[in-house]
Design a protein around this ligand. Sequence first.
Ligand code: 5RP
Length: 230
Amino acid sequence: MLAMETTVDRAKEMAAQRSLEFIRDGMVVGMGSGTTATHFIKLLGARVKQGLKVRGIPSSRASDELARSLGIPVIDFHSATQIDVTIDGADEVTHKLDLIKGGGGALLREKIVASASKLFVIVADSRKLVDRLGKFPLPVEVIQLAAPLVAKKLEAVGVHPAVRKTAAGEDYITDEGNLILDCACGEIDNPQKLAAEIRAMVGVVEHGLFLGMANVALIATETDVKELAR
Ligand code: 5RP
């Protein structure tokens, strides 16, 4: 790893480490996706090995597989309809704790898991903290058939979508079998309005604006972790 990547990864791990303070014996825990959430799942797995009793609900296939491999008991919403606390990463976080998520492609399940959580805690390195959302392209998950129709509607509301590709140049397909349109927005003046406009487009499954959902953000540099609360 390059020095800069090591520094960022260290910050991600510190945020994940701090988030363990929110976990108690007997809890149902939402487990997010991405590199920061992966740190969290690994640390949680270590606690489970030491005797912590929790059950986890993962927000992606990758997190599901990782949790199982570490011996964390994995359940779904048939076993519990409420999550005590979810720990997840984000691509952008404002000081009001509005978020852009979905850089890792798991926004749909992440939003479902977050919506079922009593407490939703974001773990992120300090590069993610922004004054206004929109520098990071906004992911919008769409039914494959509808992608060209939704793309046209997105252009009409002033954002510029591009179909997400894999490293091999193929269409990226989400865990639920959908496409992602990454939308270049520039700074978003009114995230609530944009969220409502996108949600109204037939064929959109979910978008990566998580507004008013997070309760706490643990924002880490290499040397310390700041706790922001809403
Ligand atoms: C995945 C996500 C991730 O939480 C987000 O992309 C942050 O990832 P990382 O912790 O790797 O920077 O929303 O859909």
